[in-house]
Design a protein around this ligand. Structure first.
Ligand code: IVH
Length: 672
């Protein structure tokens, strides 16, 4: 291999510097100085040099940020360390309560200091670095499993492909947030409007969307930026003792860290700094929805542990007050959900709330509407808090007093989609359409099944599901698996490539675990969390299909109503037929992550009683199970350990009588 001369190596270095600077001016400063043609010329010269002398290609070269071909689908990857999320504190009292709880575990928190950081409102990402080199980047996904978006992230100018400085642990995951600046957001939407494409709703949605593009070139055009704020070491050591130093380190390695971070000696100082932060956010060039407060010493962070699987005690998001706006309620519309729930929603005269234009909002349920006396035509208050769906708080006092107000709203008697009389269960504020074949339900059910948190069939949204139903190509989710690319090709909005992609995306769902399937199939009351609890206990469709109500209810965290709904679902002839057809199509999911048998509490029977100081019953139950233990409801001779909190009653007495070991929450946490 010919070795490059010193002058050639220097030329390559010059080109890299010039190209990096140009990208920075273009993507970050939004003030390009180098003409496109000039950039292309320099880029090509560097590419040619690197091709001729491969030794010149360094991982950090601008040439390494391009060239990936569009992917067919995003690949799921497991995070080495689950991605955490934070609890919220909406006011000063909630923030103080957080410290109080921590202080009960370790009083040092009162004097160990805090770091505060702007809470950037973008899309969370996880970046794997090995020996200083960026090897993989993933979206958050469900916290445990995300999607590989490495090629897209490589287009983010602010992401170091190779870390600078020193002290990088051999393997680590860097946590951060990608976002789109306000200026870039405006520009992107101008370009989209010009090209006749729909404009994007918020910078945050656009950042999340850009990250999940199949073609990195599209991601590049969104000019994503990046802030880093956290390190999870997998191998090696982090030369930092405090969060403050972690942020310094991240900067020294070449990351951007959100501006305005502060150190405080105690919580009073943190509280005093909050108004300043709140005043600042209006002037920022990116979206922020609060301040993250972190216990400064890393050792203390570790000592405090977690509230539940994904919520650490060491940090909390102090959210700013949500914004409220007034607008006119044009009409109360009705939605038919996949479970048949018919829910009212507000159609509003568009209004800006917290920087976003809102034209519809939730009204929760019919009882709320009558309690608040919300009527069509009223002027109402609308609130939007962070990522949650905007909600109607109620009519303004003026509207309530107005004469000649519209009539009080009456709930629907019949399903707006199929006309079937609605049924309202005694203990619920919701009416249901019980017609399993209701077109409204079927549509919603299939869209839900294909949704991102469910089976995740990319490219199958409302429009296409509606089309497939209209064309008679499907009538339920089992039919999806019989679709052939040739059938789709000729349909509106499809081409040869997109037809193949959809069939491939449907095919890819065969690998999804049972927990995902149980959520996707749409059993009343079964959300993601319950689906997971159920799948861990009954790791196959066959097993859960045969379980009795009692057996299902015995799963910690699963209540009676849920158990009944699950049982009813599998009892139902229609569901049985559907499952049989799915099985014939090769869909028979199982759960690999079934209840752990090998853990510190393996083979031990635990009973929980009383109120524990920090953990809920459910959280404690989950911890025990994760550690291999079993949780049962009543104390018997087979019980090994009773975890007792305040106000423990008869169970505790019985345990004492039987001479069973009794421990408190602290001891439980030590054992797991
Ligand atoms: S620390 C392992 N710090 O807010 C990291 N999070 O509600 C745990 N976020 O999932 C969170 N700015 O996506 C942290 N300075 C910051 C942040 C921040 C934004 C996001 C992040 C996190 C979410 C928690």
């Amino acid at each position: 291999m010919t070795r490059p001369s010193a002058t050639t190596a220097q030329r390559a270095a010059e080109l890299r510097t010039a190209l990096d600077r140009a990208s920075y001016e273009y993507y970050v400063l939004d003030a390009p100085k180098l003409a496109d043609a000039e950039y292309d010329r320099a880029f090509r010269e560097l590419q040619e040099l690197e091709a001729k002398y491969p030794a010149l290609t360094i991982p950090n070269s601008p040439t390494q940020r391009v060239g990936a071909v569009p992917a067919l689908a995003l690949v799921k990857v497991e995070h080495h360390v689950p991605m955490l999320s934070l609890d919220n504190a909406f006011d000063a009292e909630e923030l103080s309560a957080w410290e109080e709880k921590n202080a009960r575990l370790n009083a040092d928190v009162r004097r160990s200091g805090y770091t505060t950081e702007m809470k950037i409102d973008g899309a969370a990402i996880n970046l794997l670095y090995e020996r200083g080199r960026f090897v993989r980047g993933a979206t958050r996904g469900n916290g445990r499993i995300g999607e590989d978006v490495t090629q897209n992230l490589k287009t983010v100018h602010e992401l170091p492909l190779m870390l600078k400085g020193k002290g990088h642990p051999a393997r680590m995951e860097i946590r951060g947030e990608v976002y789109i600046s306000h200026a870039a957001f405006v520009k992107i939407n101008q370009e989209r409007a010009r090209d006749g494409e729909p404009t994007l709703a918020t910078p945050r949605n656009s950042a999340a969307g850009a990250l999940r593009q199949l073609d990195p070139e599209i991601t590049r055009k969104r000019r994503l930026r990046l802030f880093a704020f956290h390190v999870e070491v997998i191998e090696g050591k982090l030369p930092a003792e405090r969060q403050w130093e972690v942020l310094d380190l991240l900067e020294s390695w070449g990351f951007q860290v959100a501006p305005h971070r502060q150190e405080h000696k105690d919580l009073a100082a943190v509280q005093a700094a909050i108004p300043g932060y709140e005043a600042l956010i209006k002037a920022l060039e990116f979206d922020a929805d609060g301040v993250v407060v972190k216990v400064d010493p890393l050792r203390l962070q570790e000592d405090l542990g977690v509230v539940s699987e994904r919520i650490p005690r060491w940090g909390i998001a102090r959210k700013f007050a949500p914004e409220v706006a007034r607008t006119k309620l044009i009409r109360i519309g009705l939605n038919v959900g996949r479970t048949g729930a018919v829910t009212p929603f507000a159609e509003l005269e568009p209004v800006e709330v917290g920087g976003v234009t809102v034209s519809s909002a939730t009204l929760h349920n019919e009882d709320q509407i009558s309690q608040k006396d919300i009527r069509e035509g009223d002027e109402v208050e609308v609130m939007r808090a962070g990522e949650v769906i905007p909600q109607v708080l109620g009519p303004t006092p003026e509207a309530r007093d107005r004469r000649g107000r519209g009539a009080a709203w009456t709930p629907p008697e019949r399903c707006p989609a199929c006309g079937t009389p609605l049924h309202r269960p005694e203990d619920e504020a919701i009416r249901y359409c019980e017609n399993g074949g209701c077109p409204g339900r079927v549509l919603e059910g299939i869209v839900h099944y294909a949704g991102r948190d469910a089976m995740d069939i990319r490219g199958l949204g409302y429009e296409r599901v509606r089309l497939l139903l209209q064309q008679g190509l499907i009538k339920d989710v089992a039919d999806l698996y019989l679709l052939k690319a040739e059938q789709l090709e000729s349909l509106e909005g499809f081409a040869a490539q997109s037809a193949k992609q959809l069939v491939a995306a449907i095919d890819a769902t065969r690998a999804r675990p049972l927990s995902t399937f149980l959520f996707a199939i749409g059993i009343r009351h079964v959300g993601k969390n319950n689906a997971q609890l159920l799948a861990r206990h009954f790791p196959s469709l066959e097993r859960i299909g045969k379980a009795t109500v009692d057996e299902i209810e015995a799963v910690p965290g699963v209540g009676g109503a849920i158990a009944q709904a699950v049982f009813d679902f599998f009892e139902n002839q229609g569901s049985q037929d559907l499952i049989a057809r799915l099985k014939r199509a090769g869909i028979d999911p199982t759960e690999a992550d079934a209840v752990v048998v090998d853990g510190p509490l393996s083979g031990k029977n635990y009973v929980l009683t009383g109120t524990l100081p920090t953990l809920s019953r459910k959280e404690a139950g989950q911890l025990i199970e994760k550690a291999g233990g079993r949780v049962t409801g009543s104390v018997t001779k087979a019980t090994d350990v009773v975890v007792a909190g305040d106000d423990s009653g008869s169970k505790l007495d019985k345990a004492k009588g039987l001479g069973i070991e009794i421990i408190d929450e602290g001891e439980l946490l030590r054992r797991v």
